[in-house]
Design a protein around this ligand. Structure first.
Ligand SMILES: NC(=O)c1ccc[n+]([C@@H]2O[C@H](COP(=O)([O-])OP(=O)(O)OC[C@H]3O[C@@H](n4cnc5c(N)ncnc54)[C@H](OP(=O)(O)O)[C@@H]3O)[C@@H](O)[C@H]2O)c1
Length: 301
């Protein structure tokens, strides 16, 4: 990319598992990178499940603001050509709902594009949304997609299968000696590595395909993934199945206490029931990933 044509990208969600890889992927492809964050410090700390710590050389500009409060975002889009967002709730404990974060925060970004020179919006939703549209998280993501379709922006939607960061939970349980599965775990999936998926995001920004599904190189069941984790840690397979009816009952109870955690519990239960298989765009295998977690774990012992 020659100097006068360098494109400027804003990365929202830069402290997250996928966002950190996305910052690096855009930077390595020659973009000028601004990140939006509510916590400067977290950018430079490693995230859970191998998300990298960013370095000063990965970022050209840091904008500290609260995406849920547009009045803190004045000037955010100045000079920006492309907006990328993987803002959403995974493990946050803010007491906010998917509607408030996964939808409204991304809607705020779309609105900010209106009076700017932003030409493209790259949004990370989910693979197979139609199969799980009853879930609050899916509805929030798909409202963003629908708003993008109705906007004048040249948008792209990346639709990933499960992330390796979620598979990391299977590794952690195996390392402790027992895994818990919700239901028998016979549903099929091909989760994808964060680094591989970030490359797909940049390719999607640069390509003509408007909506891109992306999975990893191995199709396996939840149970097979759990068993693989035991093999990598070198422990006998011990899996306890929590019946779906029991999990649903607990989710209902949790939902009475907290909408956020009730919705999250329903998402986890449904993800354990429904197949999530997409085109194999990642190359890192789940075995490679578990082995890297195991190596890091062994060093810390
Ligand atoms: N995990 C999967 O299997 C999967 C599959 C398909 C799609 N997705 C979607 O992919 C997206 C990214 O996932 P991820 O694993 O990278 O998530 P993540 O690690 O939790 O990162 C989410 C990002 O959103 C930001 N965020 C969340 N709540 C916020 C709030 N109230 N105010 C400001 N910022 C907030 C986080 O900032 P802080 O660090 O400050 O909290 C972080 O930068 C999500 O929308 C998720 O639904 C996930």
């Amino acid at each position: 990319m020659s100097e006068h044509k360098v494109k400027r990208v804003l990365i929202a969600g830069a402290t997250g598992y996928l966002g950190k890889y996305a910052v690096r992927a855009f930077k390595e492809r020659g973009y000028w990178v601004r990140v939006l964050t509510r916590s400067k410090g977290r950018l430079f700390e490693p995230g859970p499940f191998t998300a990298p710590a960013l370095e000063a050389k990965d970022i050209d500009d840091i904008f500290v603001g609260q995406i849920s409060k547009p009045n803190t975002l004045v000037g955010l889009m100045d000079g920006i050509d492309i907006v990328y967002s993987s803002v959403g709730i995974s493990r946050q404990r803010d007491g906010l709902t998917f509607e408030q974060v996964d939808y409204q925060c991304n809607r705020n970004l779309i609105d900010l594009c209106k009076n700017s020179n932003v030409g493209q919006f790259v949004y990370v939703s989910m693979q197979g949304a139609d199969n799980i549209i009853s879930l609050a998280i899916t509805q929030a993501h798909e409202r963003v997609v629908s708003d993008l379709r109705q906007s004048s922006l040249n948008y792209r939607v990346v639709r990933p299968c499960g992330y390796f960061s979620d598979m990391g939970v299977l590794y952690d349980m195996a390392a402790k000696g027992r895994s818990f599965l919700i239901g028998p775990g016979h549903n099929k999936m091909n989760p994808i590595d964060g680094h591989d998926l970030a490359t797909v995001c940049v390719d999607t920004a640069e390509g003509d395909e408007v909506e891109v599904e992306a999975g990893g190189p191995d199709i396996m069941t939840q149970r097979e993934a759990a068993e693989l984790a035991f093999e990598v840690v070198g422990k006998p397979i011990k899996i306890t199945v929590i019946p779906i009816w029991l999990a649903r009952g607990l989710a209902k109870l949790i939902g009475l206490l907290s909408t956020q955690f009730g919705d999250l519990a329903n998402f986890i239960i449904t993800a354990g029931e429904v197949d999530g298989v997409g085109p194999m765009r990642g190359t890192t295998t789940l075995r490679n990933y578990f082995e890297s977690l195991h190596e890091a774990n062994s060093k810390n012992l």
